[in-house]
Design a protein around this ligand. Structure first.
Ligand SMILES: [Zn+2]
Length: 298
């Protein structure tokens, strides 16, 4: 028993050490030029989109708090224009963690209504425990919110942001740069890997698939897609992806109709076996995927 206790303590210390190391390690920030004035930035957390407008910058998502300085340095190399609009595709911390650091008097933070609600509730405890101060807390919150859609104009560019219902969460927005023909899908798309559908925050399998179908009506073969996670993508890949989701849905529904329990579906490898090798090696492994599909569709 004593030995086990020591082991557990050691394990705990080691995990703590790993966590510290993870925070201090310098993350490699990479940029990919998608068009003359749109870049995709990857580091740690959700993919960022940066649009260089005529006079100002428009940025989509901002990863984690501890990466803000590195990201600012990276963006300053792309353009010396000031940031004007910071847009959140949804509320998860790997997309909004830098909100307070980027949000100054000259920046307007924009997101769907439910992003503001959830960022607020999710960080109230940190505020109460004094892990963050009131000023930081206020700067984390979107200042302009919308329920269905919102459009931005900059020179020749029209930037449409539209809400998709109960997809990855209940506050997802997809951003389309019409002239550049670039789409940022946030976490409504995990390119080449199984999606994380946050059922506890209002996400659903049906909403996720509907979001893809809506997008497919809007884009063409030349559209460049920035997914929430994974490499930049296009219409053809998105079409294949939604076919996979529909196949997984059909297999899960069949298992439900046969009266299978959650546990049986979790263990039923055949439901997802066709895609596990190509899509199941990320954060969402095959078992987690089957759990989400069953829970959402039951
Ligand atoms: Zn997310």
């Amino acid at each position: 028993m004593k030995f086990l206790k020591i082991l557990l303590t050691l394990n705990f210390l080691f995990l703590g050490f790993l966590k510290l190391q993870g925070q201090n390690k310098k993350v490699e920030i990479k940029t990919e030029k998608l068009t003359d004035n749109i870049y995709m930035i990857t580091g740690q957390g959700g993919n960022i989109g940066v649009f260089i407008g005529e006079e100002k910058l428009f940025m989509i998502d901002d990863q984690f708090d501890h990466l803000s300085e590195q990201l600012k340095e990276c963006i300053s190399k792309l353009s010396n224009k000031p940031l004007s609009i910071l847009f959140n595709t949804h509320m998860h911390g790997d997309h909004t963690g830098g909100n307070a650091n980027f949000n100054s008097d000259k920046v307007t933070l924009v997101a769907h209504d439910n992003v503001r609600k959830r960022v607020k509730t999710n960080n109230l405890e940190k505020l109460r425990e004094k892990k963050i101060d009131t000023n930081y807390f206020t700067r984390m919150l979107p200042e302009i919110t919308f329920s269905n859609d919102i459009t931005f104009y900059d020179g020749d560019e029209t930037i449409m942001a539209f809400h998709v219902h109960n997809a990855h969460t209940d506050g997802d927005a997809i951003v389309y740069f019409m002239n550049n023909n670039v789409l940022h899908m946030g976490d409504t798309y995990f390119s080449k890997r199984y999606p994380f559908i946050d059922l506890k925050s209002g996400g659903s399998v049906d909403g996720y698939i509907d979001a893809h179908k809506k997008v497919l009506l809007l884009i063409n073969d030349e559209t460049k897609i920035i997914p929430g996670h994974g490499k930049s993508s296009d219409k053809k890949e998105l079409q294949e992806y939604v076919l996979m989701l529909e196949d997984l849905k059909a297999n899960t529904l069949k298992a439900i109709a046969e009266g299978k329990s959650l546990e049986e579906v979790q263990n039923s490898k055949t439901i997802s076996s066709k895609y596990d090798a190509t899509h199941g090696n990320g954060f969402i492994n095959p078992e987690k995927l089957r759990t989400t599909f069953y829970t959402s569709l039951k």
